[in-house]
Design a protein around this ligand. Sequence first.
Ligand code: ZN
Length: 377
Amino acid sequence: MRKLGMVACLVSCVLMSSGAFGVEAVSKYPVTVAVLQLLYNDETKAMRSYWACARQAHREKHLNIELFFAGLAISKSIRVEAIETMLTDMEVEPAEPAETDIRVSKTKLNLKLLTNIQFPKLEKRYPILIERIKPEGHAVAIQNISHAWKVDVQHCELAEKILSSLESFFGIAAKIPDAFHVCQGCGSMVVDVPELTCPICEGPISDYAQADAKWRFYCAIEGCKLLSDQEKSFAVRMYDYIYAGEHEQEEIELAGDAFEGALYAKWGLGNPREFCLEEKIYLAGLEDMSRMWTDYNSIDADDLDEADKAFLKEMHNKYGDGPINLRRERAGKKGELSDEALKLLDMVEIVSGRTEFEDQDLIFLRALIASSPKSGS
Ligand SMILES: [Zn+2]
């Protein structure tokens, strides 16, 4: 009873504090709106903290668990979006949760906190919330929250399995799934995609998408209307490269105006949020990246100066006519090339999207070599 009282109190607080109410909603569904605001707040915070847990797992090289947390975060963002839609349909503005410090522990402890504290708390909460909103009869909200409840139970069971694998004999017997699939309809997360329909929302199995730790970046780029398809692919290649690399720095401070201006509007990641280290590295490099793209695309292979022509001739004499597979060449020179030289070759691959270099790519490589302070080979 005490718990019921607490939830009721929370709901009343939200009822009083949330400002913009649609006229119809406030008269017809006041409790439903309050409960949705409450869940919107909780799910948004959970989403942020799961992304942070995913990053922590990445740092500890628990890559499968990183995917698990990424899946949870994706699931939460699907939930957040669904709640947002319901509120907007009622002409109510979702109240953005206050920015709070997200603190994560070590991965094992994060899993334990989930299974022992967070999930049980949620599971107790859902039936109370559903009981509260039932009398108002908002069918979509009732169904949505019932789904959320089932989804969280499912997440909890998955987390328990992973934790027990992790706690097995020094991790030797551990077998943690290396792929998780999230239903884009309800946020259900499974290891194996069901055969017919989603067991929770009964949506088609085509709604299931494999959880990816880089999902937020991909979504932001996909949603950018100022980028062409080719530019999007370039940005994704750049991010994949950054993500796969080792970083010396632990944290990056972005300039205060980093999210303003045309450069960010075009190549940036949408509304500023808590970006992970790799995203910050990407954002810190936007100027160089955009310049590279412009330089590459302004190369006219039919209108080259004598030095460029001589360079092409030299390359083709050395590596043969037609496109040059520099991957193969660099594999043959393993250990001989400097890190800087390798980086320049990587950049040409990222910009061109090719591993077999055409003349345009070779000319670009030459320009990179010329502008690189450290290159000598
Ligand atoms: Zn579903």
